[in-house]
Write a protein that binds this ligand. Structure first.
Ligand SMILES: [Zn+2]
Length: 459
């Protein structure tokens, strides 16, 4: 082939691709949430259940999944979140990184009629920013998994659409539907899709979109079924109406009744109590607490971050009657602590040691919420190893003892110092006129004496 014919060939490919591309018209729909409705758009079809994408498993080509989110199967399960902050019902990239890449394999080349992408969040994680590439995979240099930094167009992919659904003005939050179709008929004959996804903002670490669903409509497939929203979460309010508690058991419907009838009342009673126990100037606790029942927590029974409490489904199934509720009370204290706030409110905040961060919640749990279980007592088996800074229930025991002996408001004052980023061990001297080491010695001695007295009484 001489260079002249090569030139003609390549320019004709170029013309063809420009022409094909010119027909593809993405439609962007945005519903700002009004509390009701679920992904119903005038311009974009509703999320589908039996679309071609439900047969494809997306894979992560580049970037990292956020641990708080659902896995990639969330994109094709035909279910969409039914509120603004349901991380487990969405896939999103980890905090702090600029998106990533997802590839989907449809199994064989199909006539793609439409590609629809859906997302939902209350803030900047709602809109979608991505480039969509497609390929039939036949090109000799086809790379099925090009990382960021490699232009997909250089390895067998065609750019189908460049999507940016961020509104020019007004709030970003709500539900988005993006529909990529070709007015001329089909988008094309493709087997592979590549989503090159970008964050919507970098003002903080949380700019990665909550992707709820990706639908690929096969031109030859029967008409698509209705969308199937995830089961509605349970919303409970505190007695005074000030706090809203949202229990998302969509991954574990068998725990819904327990969440509503057993856990709910404990939260309704204890969250306001804990808020009252730990006030500080200018501090407002989260008014909405979200309880996500999750399957991806490994050996951790429960955890908390911001206004979220994460509940480990398999662990809770085993502990509905035992430690389940107490574990959640512990996490509620974390939701109220908000020691991270010190970074925003205080110049050069001190770092509160972990044993205080974990000791206060276990003090509340074992000595105020469920003292009858005596779950944090010192006994002959554990007293030799007991250290005031052993964290969790041993520190809880120490805090209870110092509270009883020296200062009824001890934990309240420790909490203020920690939340304001000015905790140091000096505070023990200020509050009790003893150093923390002196207090610890007294505490151990008092417990030794208590145990000895009890043993003597038994003899
Ligand atoms: Zn904890």
């Amino acid at each position: 082939m001489n260079s002249r014919s090569l030139l003609i060939l390549s320019s004709s490919i170029l013309c063809f691709s420009l022409a094909a591309r010119a027909e593809i018209k993405p439609i962007i729909a945005h519903n700002q949430d009004d509390g009701g409705g679920s992904f119903q758009f005038k311009e974009v079809p509703a999320p589908a259940r039996n679309d071609a994408a439900s047969k494809v498993k997306f894979t992560l080509v580049d970037g990292e999944k956020d641990r708080n989110g659902g896995d990639l199967s969330k994109l094709t399960d035909g279910r969409v979140p039914n509120e603004d902050d349901q991380p487990s019902q969405n896939f999103f990239f980890a905090a702090g990184v600029d998106g990533g890449r997802l590839a989907g394999d449809l199994g064989s080349v199909i006539d793609i009629k439409q590609i629809n992408t859906f997302s939902r969040h209350g803030g900047t994680r709602a809109p979608q920013v991505y480039k969509l590439y497609a390929s039939d995979g036949t090109q000799a240099d086809f790379n099925a998994a090009p990382k960021k930094g490699t232009d997909p167009a250089s390895c067998g992919w065609r750019l189908l659409a460049n999507i940016d659904s961020r509104p020019k003005e007004g709030a970003m939050g709500g539900q988005y539907g993006v529909s990529i179709s070709d007015q001329a008929g089909i988008v094309g004959k493709y087997r592979y899709l590549l989503f090159d996804i970008f964050r919507t903002e970098n003002a903080d670490g949380f700019g990665n979109t909550f992707f709820s669903e990706i639908d690929v409509i096969d031109a030859s497939a029967p008409v698509v079924a209705e969308s199937n929203p995830a089961p509605a979460p349970i919303n409970l309010k505190s007695a005074d109406g000030k706090y809203l508690f949202v229990f998302d058991t969509s991954l574990s419907p068998d725990l819904t009744e327990w969440a509503e009838k057993e856990l709910g009342p404990v939260v309704q009673e204890w969250y306001p109590k804990i808020v009252e126990m730990f006030p500080s100037e200018g501090f407002t606790p989260p008014s909405r607490v979200y309880f996500g029942f999750r399957e991806d927590m490994g050996g951790t029974p429960a955890s908390a971050g911001g206004n979220r409490v994460n509940i480990n489904i398999p662990w809770f199934r085993q502990n509905l009657k035992g430690e389940g509720k107490g574990a959640v009370v512990h996490e509620l204290v974390h939701v109220v602590q908000q020691y991270g706030a010190a970074r925003r409110t205080t110049a050069n905040p001190t770092r509160t040691p972990g044993w205080i961060v974990e000791g206060i919640p276990d003090y509340v749990r074992w000595f105020l919420y469920e003292p009858q279980t005596r779950g944090a007592e010192l006994n002959r088996r554990n007293i030799a190893q007991a250290r005031y800074d052993a964290s969790y229930r041993v520190t809880g025991n120490f805090l209870d003892w110092v509270t009883g002996k020296y200062d009824k408001e001890l934990t309240k004052k420790l909490n203020v110092a920690a939340r304001e980023g000015r905790y140091t061990d000096e505070i023990w001297k200020e509050l009790t006129s003893k150093s923390v080491q002196e207090l610890a010695e007294e505490w151990k001695k008092a417990n030794e004496e208590r145990l000895a007295a009890r043993e003597a009484a038994k003899q």
